[in-house]
Write a protein that binds this ligand. Sequence first.
Ligand SMILES: [Zn+2]
Length: 184
Amino acid sequence: MSTPFKCILMLLSLLFLGFYKPEKRTVYTGTVTIDPKYKDEIAYLNIEFRDHKKAVAGNMLQQDCSFRITTKANKELDIYYTGMGIGDTYLQTVKPTDKDSVFLSFKIPKEYQKKAGKAICPKCNKQDKTITIAYGFKSIVIYAENQPPYTTYEGYGKEEVYDGGCNSSEISAKFFCKRDAIKF
Ligand SMILES: [Zn+2]
């Protein structure tokens, strides 16, 4: 290889290294405070980070109720928990960050804020589009047209409810927001 060519090559690699940044990742650590009554319900609970419903990272909740999840944090991400007999339940949204680590803490079962007798959605902070989720036999299907992102949509007496299916746990989501299409 000729010397000028080597020099150009070196210069190019220096330029490349100068601009190249490894993908930044953030470590989310946290704890979940669980009412001891529901200790059994949280076996195999999974904490998941989603970008517009698409899972991007997740991890099982440890025995000591802690979790550790590493992910790119360049976008707003929604955090959910899921488990055996527990549908996807929205916890909160985290803003993009360039921090190396972030600490989070959650409480299960969740505490619900209400306004005018209706649960406030933790994502849009409004209550106008939230409805109760009915589980098991108490839900009467009036029509069950599959309408993504909803599963089945139905009526319960005069109140509009979301059909949560038969599978239910004490820590399953209790409400559904029609605006965000999330269970919380
Ligand atoms: Zn909402």
